[in-house]
Design a protein around this ligand. Structure first.
Ligand SMILES: *Cc1c(COP(=O)(O)O)cnc(C)c1O
Length: 360
């Protein structure tokens, strides 16, 4: 349970916003269905809470990365359709079947691993330009006759540059996907993840696979984010102090006070997912006051310059927003030199997590 008193930092996860994002994305799809990608513990937000909320919002199909994630999700959602991106690893076919999980077959080796269960539903991944997983065009041609005996219910591929709407690679990949899938008998086709949904109907096929956008990250970078914010990360002020030149702040003495300065030390650090690359570059908020991170972020502590903040807002235990209304995940990612995906999946396990559902 939540214990706001003990925790130095709090992560609030809004399951109402998650459900709202599911419907915002569904509204983009005139004919395709929408599956939720809940790999990596629902991108760090907690699959036990997120998956039932998505199911209640109307989702019946889910994707995970691994067999282990699949068997955990099967316990949470006994009725859902669950696909496993990593497919069938040697010796795991029986366990996949026992949990009623559908592997995505990614290679000739995996097709062979599934041979004995060819009558059971499987997905098939075609590589149209990622050089990562999936059959190459040549392998697809080689495998097509064998696959006629398989029960392929989903043929899929993955876009490399979908967040850039004008990237020529998008058109190339959709054309290659259409060409390759014509030789495979499959019930459904799927190409788009979060950003691909916004490339329009030619990219949506039967099923889209949304991950990061459900959790509030902007699927259309450079344009207004249509998604609702799902998380808020707040840390408490542990201590306040005044410093003046030539005093320095933190490891490596990377920040030196140039005038009388008030420093607040926050009970959060890189072990909690507040990344060290935000040292001397992150921005946090106290109310609507913008407050810069000064000095290096430590494992458990972060120092910020609160000189401009009114005195009555500064006291031990006061909450500071690290990710919140003024500072969404995408902005933190920019400040940290990474992407929203990594901010979410790096969120720590030490702080208090609590789940709300504003939208009844
Ligand atoms: C993770 C993943 C997704 C979801 O991608 P988002 O960009 O988070 O929506 C979809 N498809 C595949 C193959 C993935 O690995």
């Amino acid at each position: 349970m939540t214990d706001l008193k003990k925790a130095g930092a709090t992560l609030t996860i809004d399951l109402g916003a998650l459900a709202k994002n599911y419907s915002i994305l569904s509204d983009q799809l005139p004919s395709a269905g929408l599956a939720s990608v809940v790999k990596a513990n629902a991108y760090g937000l907690g699959v036990k809470e997120a998956a039932p909320a998505l199911q209640a919002a109307g989702c019946s199909t889910f994707f995970v990365a691994t067999l282990e994630e699949g068997s955990e999700l099967r316990q949470i959602l006994p009725e859902a359709r669950i696909y496993v991106f990593h497919g069938v690893l040697p010796g795991t076919a029986k366990e996949l079947l026992a949990h009623n999980l559908i592997p995505i077959l990614n290679s000739r080796d995996q097709i062979e691993q599934w041979q004995a269960h060819a009558d059971q539903p499987a997905g098939l991944h075609l590589d149209t330009g990622m050089s990562r997983l999936g059959l190459t065009p040549a392998e697809c041609e080689q495998s097509a006759p064998d696959l006629a005996k398989f029960n392929i219910d989903l043929v899929m591929s993955h876009l490399a540059c979908a967040e850039d709407q004008d990237h020529p690679k998008n058109v190339e990949q959709v054309a290659l996907f259409n060409e390759l899938r014509s030789s495979i008998k499959a019930k459904y086709a799927s190409l788009a993840a979060s950003s691909g949904i916004f490339l329009g109907p030619d990219y949506q096929f039967d099923l889209c696979r949304a991950g990061v956008s459900l959790y509030g990250v902007n699927p259309t970078p450079g344009k207004v984010n249509q998604m609702a914010q799902v998380i808020r990360l707040q840390a408490k002020i542990l201590q306040l102090r005044s410093v003046d030149t030539p005093q320095t702040v933190g490891y490596g003495a990377t920040h030196q006070a140039s005038k009388p300065t008030k420093i607040a030390t926050l009970a959060i650090g890189y072990a909690d997912g507040y990344m060290r690359s935000l040292s001397n570059s992150g921005i946090v908020y106290i109310g609507d006051f913008e407050v810069p991170v000064v000095g290096r972020i430590s494992m458990d502590l972060t120092t910020v310059d609160v000189t401009g903040v009114p005195e009555d807002m500064l006291h031990m235990g006061a909450l500071v927003d690290l990710i919140g209304p003024n500072n969404p995940v995408d902005q933190i990612a920019d400040q940290a030199g990474t992407i929203g995906y990594e901010i979410l999946t790096s969120l720590g396990h030490r702080f208090d997590r609590h789940y709300i559902s504003d939208e009844a």
